[in-house]
Design a protein around this ligand. Sequence first.
Ligand SMILES: Nc1ncnc2c1ncn2[C@@H]1O[C@H](COP(=O)(O)OP(=O)(O)OP(=O)(O)O)[C@@H](O)[C@H]1O
Ligand SMILES: [Mg+2]
Length: 267
Amino acid sequence: MTTHTILDSAPAVAVKDGPLIDARGLHKRYNDVEVLKGVDFAALPGQVKALLGPSGSGKSTLLRLLNLLEHADDGEIIFEGARLGVRPGTTRHAPERMLAVQRRDIGMVFQRFNLFPHLTAVRNVSLRLAALPGVGRAEAEQRAAQMLERVGLGHRVHAYPSELSGGQQQRVAIARALVLNPKVMLFDEPTSALDPELVHEVLDVMEELAAEGMTMIVVTHETRFARRVADEVAFFDHGVILEQAEPEKFFSEPEHERTRQFLAHLH
Ligand SMILES: Nc1ncnc2c1ncn2[C@@H]1O[C@H](COP(=O)(O)OP(=O)(O)OP(=O)(O)O)[C@@H](O)[C@H]1O
Ligand SMILES: [Mg+2]
């Protein structure tokens, strides 16, 4: 057993036992293409949800909406009981500075790590924290170094991204999201840009996070990880969630022929 934990604070507490994040009827269209066709998707506090589905089915689009990087054309996202992305009490889009505040609770990790190449690991992790009101650079860097320690990179805090392996860079990116103390973490294929032998070090960190109670939504093709760590698996196809089930049921007796085909393809 490890004695330290990745999370500083206790995991989010249920809002009247309801979902932490609850997306309802999301629609998103790019030009003439309807990419999300009415997606309902929720995660309870502490739940780990895996998202699977073919390329182009809308998985990344859903995560971008949940992270407020884009607005839905229709539908709503409720977080801890309040609607995200709008001015409180209205349906008007929130201005960017308000979105930035709402986004602080929602950590995001991308397939490509998107680290600043000219900044060391500790500077990459501390940058957004140091920009928050009342947090000085020294304090931000101290917390960043602690977070790097917790993803197993305490010995590499002063390394530049080019001096780190892909797995290490992705762990820096995870630390960068965690240092803001988010209540939910979104992962968009976090290991698919990695050499196969580096995948496990990132999945191990994610599994540890899950065990500590972090609410997680993970787009992944790592079915073994989904089976072991996820509480539920959702299958996306052509802009809808076709089915959703506990991993055991999902992988051994999927309901839809389309899901069976997809899984057969993966293996
Ligand atoms: N900014 C955009 N402008 C136009 N079309 C877009 C944009 N973003 C996504 N799309 C289209 O929306 C569809 C869904 O894309 P999305 O990236 O959500 O799929 P995905 O399920 O994440 O696929 P992958 O497994 O390849 O990552 C695709 O057809 C894509 O081309
Ligand atoms: Mg994608």
